[in-house]
Design a protein around this ligand. Structure first.
Ligand code: NHW
Ligand code: EN5
Length: 388
């Protein structure tokens, strides 16, 4: 069934629920001298490149490959359209390795035809903080699909991760492969219902008119929480404390330090937005919310070419009810002209999804670990990790 994944150190379907298998690494690390020193072989017409995403030209080539060939929904109506600024941000966290930004191009024409990336992250699984790679942006050009190029890409990124003495990875995918640690549901909150219906992202409900639908999703013009404001650089220490404390309750979550928070959560226009509540009396930072910007190309619509989507990222409520905090996030997203606000049912998100008029989407997101076994499948609410 899974000729490639059966050979890899990942949980196998036949082992699900077997309590005799120990939690932790599936294979021990090998001495670095035993890690293969040369890249894996590619079919003869192709060659490996390391993509310098600081180079404007390289970043544009990657952007174009992904814009035309990356993830689509099951009916091929929408395709993720990560911006160049977003890709630069996603691939340059503290301690990143340029060697983990891997391209494949045609030798003769130099055309980029495949891509895969890793970035380093400390991720806690139960009680153990593990140095991992987060793998993302695996893409093979549409014309080169089903030729078993993806397994070679995955083996090559694995080799380059091993060369940095890292032996575990985390990744998410819309497809089921051996073996998810958890399966999450996408939820969507309409901000611009007319456009969403016009482009086929959502449908007019039964016994609903367009004007009733627009009224249903109306939001106040301004946020309601006193002390709600954008996060600023001087907030990094307080946000780090708040977030670390919050994430400690989940079974799998990033172990963020101040450098990570500065990189992943300080606002960057059109990339990531973060807000917090500063108590007007004590000036304490009590609550936090954030979302990232990931538009989708609309395939084959005469009037609209992009869907502006905000994706819920990390949220923490200690004083402001989560419902009220996320309602303020929706108001901000509406002000900023997003068409839809998306969220997964991870962390405590189930506590606001239905009340704030999110509806379940047709997509699921499966979470995976490489070379690390957990002994039970987690509920989404036990996950404290959001990948881009
Ligand atoms: S998920 C997004 C993945 N990208 C897309 O969906 C874009 C559109 N699709 C494509 O470009 C986020 C191609 O269809 C791809 C597959 C390239 C997906 N993950 O070359 P073949 C990520 O980026 C397996 C893992 O013939 P293809 C996370 C498939 O099951 N495996 O297929 C990435 C089969 O193996 P099997 C996937 O359609 C995580 C084999 O690939 C997969 O031309 C990567 C078929 O290969 C997926 N999304 O190309 C793993 N999709 O055993 C990282 C298919 O079933 C692991 N496959 O026969 C950790 C590494 C680091 C470890 C460090 C210690
Ligand atoms: C790794 N970082 O399927 C990411 N999106 O529901 C890779 N559906 O947008 C993983 N099909 O339900 C990728 N509208 C996995 C996701 C791939 C993209 C994907 C789904 C998630 C999606 C939309 C559009 C469906 C179009 C037809 C959807 C319904 C919205 C409706 C709004 C009103 C309330 C009810 C729901």
């Amino acid at each position: 069934r899974h000729k490639f994944w059966e050979t890899q150190p990942v949980g196998q379907f036949k082992d699900v629920g077997d309590p005799s298998l120990p939690e932790g690494p599936i294979e021990p690390p090998t001495p670095l001298s035993e890690v293969k020193q040369e890249p894996y072989n590619l079919p003869n017409l192709y060659e490996w490149i390391t993509c310098d995403m600081n180079s404007e030209d390289m970043c544009s080539e990657v952007y174009n490959l992904l814009t035309n060939n990356y993830v689509e929904d099951d009916e091929n109506m929408f395709r993720f359209n990560y911006s160049k600024e977003f890709l630069r941000w996603a691939l340059h966290p503290p301690g990143y390795f340029a060697s983990w930004h891997i391209g494949v191009r045609v030798k003769s024409s130099k055309k980029l035809v495949a891509f895969i990336t890793g970035v380093p992250a400390r991720i806690r699984a139960c009680d153990t903080v593990v140095n991992m790679a987060e793998i993302n942006f695996l893409c093979v050009h549409k014309k080169l699909r089903s030729k078993r190029l993806a397994p070679v890409m995955i083996k090559e990124v694995t080799r380059r991760v091993h060369l940095e003495n890292i032996w575990q990875a985390a990744y998410t995918a819309g497809v089921v492969i051996p073996t998810p640690i958890s399966t999450c549901q996408y939820w969507h909150r309409s901000l611009n219902p007319k456009k969403l219906i016009d482009v086929g992202f959502s449908r007019l409900g039964a016994r609903m008119t367009m004007s009733r639908t627009i009224k249903l999703y109306k939001l106040p013009d301004s946020t309601s929480t006193p002390g709600f404001r954008k996060m600023e650089p001087h907030d990094v220490p307080a946000v780090t404390r708040l977030l670390r404390n919050y994430l400690s309750q989940f079974l799998v979550a990033p172990d963020f330090d101040e450098n990570d928070v500065e990189h992943w959560l300080l606002p960057r226009e059109y990339v990531v937005e973060s807000f917090l509540v500063e108590s007007p009396e004590t000036h304490e930072i009590t609550d936090f919310c954030s979302f990232y910007t990931l538009p989708s190309s609309i395939l084959g619509n005469q009037t609209h070419s992009t869907l502006k989507a905000a994706y819920s990222y990390y949220n923490v409520s200690t004083k402001t009810p989560l419902l009220q905090l996320m309602n303020d996030a929706l108001i901000i997203a509406k002000q900023k002209d997003y068409d839809v606000f998306n969220a997964l049912d991870v962390m405590q998100n189930e506590g606001f999804l239905k009340e704030l008029k999110f509806g379940p989407g047709d997509g699921k997101l499966h979470y995976y670990l490489y070379n690390y076994r957990l002994n039970h499948v987690m509920r989404p609410s036990e996950l404290g990790l959001v990948l881009l």
